[in-house]
Ligand binder design. Structure first.
Ligand code: ADP
Ligand code: MG
Length: 339
């Protein structure tokens, strides 16, 4: 936060100092969301969110990644002021989200999970209704512009029940943006959509970021995180296992660089093993890992001197998918962990 000491800021300074002296936490960084020790239990004995803490910086896309049931929706619904936590502190846009959400609601946009528009309203009518509801006067031109921005110009007069899944989500995003929000929550915006619709929505999300919005994006798609997220928290069983930029997580929790020998099979693997090179095999492809990319060249030389038939040889670095597998111990398909 740019925090200049001016006479007019004096009262704010006193307030900040006062907060420090009373032991409250004062955040001088430019964080839009601060969460400390957040817990949410549902009766009788479900711990949906289990003591999580994180901060989200202004202007970034922060992704909460995890399988179904991880606690993503519960977390964002608390941040949206819709749910009351069991314990913890939540500051959103500088306000205590548990007491003062009224102050900030107008600066926040929400696309809920599984959003469905009103069947019998057209996108134009829906945006008009939504903006009237929130007391945001919009002209016909404003509404057209918003619908154009989300790619629904051609469909603005079609009843919403006739829209495709992707178009319905685009309309949901348009509705979440009627107030030009500083902070946008998108709860699984692309779940269940076809690849083209997902890519369209990715573009939309990137556009919203370019306009300066901070975006909280929950998802179970690893490629979505790699494509969009500046920061990611991997959530599982109500806990945040790790967080950082996708690149940081890959270098911290991925297992290094590998050389793949395609099609050499178990016979090839034996040849490597009797020369002291350890490897793993999957579907006939044999993988040799090196702990440091600088060791690649020497390992390539070693491997090429071994008389085995190789269809193809290439290097690969771990992706977020490998990180997820290493941390959670299972892959994820459409949000479901694979045993
Ligand atoms: N209103 C509720 N009452 C009881 N249990 C709930 C409620 N909402 C969610 N849960 C449970 O809390 C856990 C976390 O759910 P949720 O926050 O929806 O996770 P996610 O969005 O990651 O799928 C799950 O076990 C879910 O069944
Ligand atoms: Mg959810």
């Amino acid at each position: 936060m740019g925090y200049r000491f001016e006479f007019s800021n004096l009262i704010g300074e006193w307030d900040a100092l006062w907060s420090i002296t009373r032991g409250r936490q004062v955040h001088m960084s430019d964080s839009v969301i601060d969460v400390r020790g957040l817990c949410k239990r549902y009766p009788p004995n479900i711990t949906a969110v289990d003591d999580i803490s994180f901060s989200i910086e202004r202007g970034r896309i922060y992704s909460i990644l995890g399988p179904n049931g991880a606690g993503k929706t519960t977390t964002v619904e608390i941040l949206e002021g819709l749910r009351v936590p069991t314990s913890g502190e939540v500051t959103v846009l500088g306000s205590d989200a548990l007491r003062n959400y009224g102050h900030i609601r107008k600066k926040v946009g929400v696309l809920p999970q599984n959003f469905e528009p009103f069947d019998l309203l057209t996108p134009f009518e829906a945006v008009k209704y939504w903006s009237d509801l929130f007391d945001i006067p919009k002209t016909r031109i404003d509404i057209d512009r918003l619908l154009d921005e989300v790619g629904l110009s051609d469909r603005k007069k079609v009843m919403s029940k006739k829209l495709s899944g992707g178009e319905k989500r685009k309309l949901g995003i348009a509705l979440s943006m009627v107030n030009d929000p500083e902070l946008l929550f998108l709860d699984e915006p692309t779940t269940g959509l076809d690849p083209k619709a997902r890519r369209d929505l990715w573009e939309l999300i990137e556009k919203a970021k370019k306009r300066g919005a901070t975006i909280v994006l929950t998802t179970h798609y690893l490629d979505e995180v790699e494509k969009l997220a500046d920061d990611v928290a991997i959530m599982f069983n109500g806990k945040i296992l790790v967080s950082g930029s996708p690149g940081e997580l890959v270098s911290r929790y991925g297992s290094k660089t590998s050389i793949v020998l395609r099609g050499v099979g178990s016979a090839g693997m034996r040849e490597l093993s009797c020369r002291g090179i350890s490897s793993t095999e999957k579907n006939g492809d044999v993988t040799v890992s090196v702990s440091n990319p600088s060791e690649l060249r020497a390992m390539f030389a070693k491997l090429s001197s071994i008389p085995i038939d190789i269809e193809e040889i290439y290097t690969r670095r771990d992706t977020l998918e490998d990180v997820f597998l290493n941390l959670v111990g299972a892959k994820m398909d459409e949000g479901v962990l694979q045993k």
